[in-house]
Design a binder for this molecule. Structure first.
Ligand SMILES: *Cc1c(COP(=O)(O)O)cnc(C)c1O
Length: 428
């Protein structure tokens, strides 16, 4: 198999003689057939082909195939957003009355999806610390647990998941490990190599990388044997009456069952499809992902080192820094570097952090991360502003915390901007 850099550029699409070099945008909601019988075969999942873009579109499939190869999976699908990807990945195997174990430091949007919205659907979640030991992880499981969930590098907590440990525990309880690999990207870490079974992405972040298109992706490793636990995963192992009695594991094998079911049922019914235009933009981002990630990581580490040595900064969180709580785990899973996101606390509390933000010139204030352009966020006065200082502390976001996403600009310019803003904030 080709190396990751080659897959970023050329994966998923090999044009035949005379075909377009760049992937075509199939901007069509529907597809024409000569006979009703031919279309009926598609509706029955007896033949593969396109009939309506809510279910599948050739541009989307090409880009999903590239991400599938990059992750080393067997099947993949694009979704309209990272939120949709995580919802589908879990809801594909968990229903009312079921239970899921998830890391407590996951992205706030996912935390809310799980603890509020999916709870309303009757699915219970138990949250465990990402650094919990095996005994604590085991204790979170119940007979009705259907999956375990975590993020390779958590946004914005920047904890690093011990994927092997989580996979081992999940498998001991007969459930798959789902890993949101958004911040690491397959350039930094391929969770399947460490035992994860399903990978999800918010492609909105580094994969697109240019702040141009919201999107998501789900990839299946094809390694989890659903048929070993038919009672636990009836949706994959027993006939689907809404598809003329097809049994996904029988018809599509372990490599295709999960994604086919998520497409045929969840995409059909919820309709969270990515637009082919956005899939095209995402593919442009993927073509340079390996080059950009290298620079994001270099800039992140240089910025973290600068901040650590700065007199106006009280603490820096960045797993590539020796001494960081997750440094050893990061060395194992992210040997080439983690990402461009660094978080730090400013001496002088909430006011000093707000002043720092105000004085930034080059680095923009945005509710976004993982972009080619550096951006910065003060959670206490934006994403987390409804919370009291006490509530902030409970979820690990202190009032003086700043999240800085280092882009791919020149690092001297970035450091100069941060330096002058810290100095100006201190003088106020
Ligand atoms: C942003 C993000 C999401 C949600 O993705 P959207 O594309 O914004 O819906 C999920 N997981 C992680 C780790 C994220 O950073």
């Amino acid at each position: 198999m080709s190396k990751i850099e080659t897959l970023c550029v050329q994966g998923g699409y090999t044009p035949a003689n005379g075909e377009p070099r760049q992937i075509p945008i199939v901007q069509s909601t529907t597809f024409r057939y000569e006979t009703s019988e031919a279309m009926a075969k598609l509706f029955d999942l007896e033949a593969s082909g396109y009939f309506y873009t809510r279910l599948q579109n050739p541009t989307n499939d090409t880009v999903a195939a590239k991400i599938c190869q990059m992750e080393g999976g067997t099947a993949a699908m694009l979704t309209s957003s990272g939120q949709a990807a995580n919802f589908f990945a879990v809801f594909n195997i968990a229903s009312t009355g079921d239970h899921v174990v998830a890391s407590s430091t996951i992205y706030g949007g996912t935390f809310n999806l799980f603890s509020v919205t999916m709870k309303r659907m009757g699915i219970d979640f138990t949250f465990v610390a990402p650094d919990a030991d095996e005994e604590e992880l085991n204790a979170a499981f119940r007979p009705n647990t259907k999956a375990m969930f975590g993020e390779t590098i958590a946004n914005p907590a920047l904890t690093v998941l011990d994927i092997e440990k989580f996979a081992k525990v999940a498998h001991a309880h007969g459930v798959p490990l789902i890993v949101d690999n958004t911040f690491a990207t397959p350039v930094g870490c391929r969770p399947f190599e460490w035992g994860a079974d399903i990978v999800t992405h918010s492609t909105t972040k580094y994969m697109d990388g240019h702040g141009a298109a919201v999107g998501g992706c789900i990839v299946d490793s094809g390694k989890f044997d659903w048929t070993a636990y038919p009672d636990k995963f009836p949706g994959l192992c027993t006939p689907d009456e809404s598809y003329h009695g097809v049994t996904y594991t029988e018809r599509f094998g372990l490599g295709g069952a999960f994604i086919t079911k998520a497409t045929a049922q969840l995409m059909r019914d919820f309709g969270a499809i990515q637009s082919p235009q956005n899939a095209f933009l995402l593919n442009l981002g993927l073509e340079s992902l390996h080059v950009r990630m290298k620079r994001h990581c270099e800039n992140g580490l240089a910025m973290a080192r600068f901040l650590q040595a700065n007199e106006h900064v009280s603490h820096v969180t960045y797993c590539d820094l020796p001494g960081d709580k997750y440094h050893e785990v990061a060395k194992k899973y992210l040997p080439g570097g983690s990402c461009g996101v660094v978080s730090f606390t400013v001496k002088g509390g909430r006011k000093a952090a707000e002043n720092f933000m105000k004085h930034l010139k080059l680095i923009a204030i945005e509710t976004h991360v993982a972009d080619a352009r550096s951006c910065c966020l003060h959670p206490a006065s934006s994403t987390h502003r409804q919370m009291t200082d006490e509530e902030l502390r409970a979820c690990g976001v202190s009032p003086d915390l700043v999240r800085l996403s280092c882009g791919i600009e020149n690092i001297d310019d970035l450091i100069a901007d941060v330096k002058q803003a810290l100095e100006a904030a201190h003088k106020e």
